[in-house]
Design a protein around this ligand. Sequence first.
Ligand code: AMP
Ligand code: MG
Length: 365
Amino acid sequence: METELLNIESVSSKQKAAALRKAGEIIREGGLVAFPTETVYGLGADALNAEAAAKIYAAKGRPSDNPLIVHIHDISQVYEIAEEVPDEAKAVMEKFWPGPLTIILNKKSCVPDGTTGGLHTVAIRMPSHPIARDFIRESGRMIAAPSANTSGRPSPTLASHVYEDMQGRIPLILDGGAVGIGIESTIIDMSTGIPTILRPGYITKDMLEEVLPEVKIDPAVSGRTMKKDIVAKAPGMKYRHYAPKGQLTLVEGDKDKVIAKINELVREKKEEGYKVGVIGTDETLDAYHADILRSIGSRQKPESVAANLYRILREFDDLECDYMYSESFFEQGLGNAIMNRMLKAAGYHLITLQEGLVWIIARLL
Ligand code: AMP
Ligand code: MG
């Protein structure tokens, strides 16, 4: 299959309308279209057409028990697919939609098992990206979409990432440029009991607590070790998201000690003849010596770290790095989501250096 990559960002409104029309036709015929959202690129299909949803699993090589998120463009669509919508869920939708938050609710029978991985719940999100909204509206369907990467690779934050993974597998990619946030949506389960975060993202626990009396975090996604005996409630969280060709190790502790430790580890691996990379920050990159150096962003701007993370992991893959060492981030606010993704990418390889006072105080703040 030929894969068409259509620029939809810097084109005339006529060209944009034509691209959206084409995308809508493909969806209505049961095909797949990759499209930008504010979090990462999604791989979309008609959510209520089980055969169309099955094509997503085939194109991605995704395990069939890993359900898809249904994307809508208007809150009224929630009532077409969700059985009960608690008042708390309504409050959360009003506050955070459109935006990077996915809500799990009990599903109606019109949502096929093929979309929900056989679960009786459905994950719903209303994205804020204008192209995503236009695309969903134009298709006249609700759009089931996971991230548009091959299973096991970092989520795509550029249309070129989608092309790398999906070339020859899908008919159309809508190129809307770089996404804004760069990591996947926060997932909150509101189908039962106390609302529980199943995946951390841009919308943090603190933000959710502005409208909810209590929010829990699924024990499977908190913390810094692999939890073998706890079953993740979001089936996708049990899979190692990214299996780099090389081994990524995170190092945490006081800044100067981290720099010294990473440089020491790099020296050792280089002496053994390996290709070694370092992920530093704008504040520290100059202090490192390695074959490949990348700044993941500024510590002053955690949003920049989230936005660059997956692109940098892909770059290290392309450069066939054997070992990669990265600084760590405080698990506060957006830092929770960043560390959650980085720890998964590292297979939970984390070196904690003896903690100095500055580090301890910073962690407590
Ligand atoms: P992706 O869009 O690739 O980030 O994957 C969607 C994520 O949503 C996966 O981690 C799924 O396990 C999770 N998810 C989708 N539907 C549900 C559901 N009904 N209950 C729990 N998690 C879900
Ligand atoms: Mg994904």
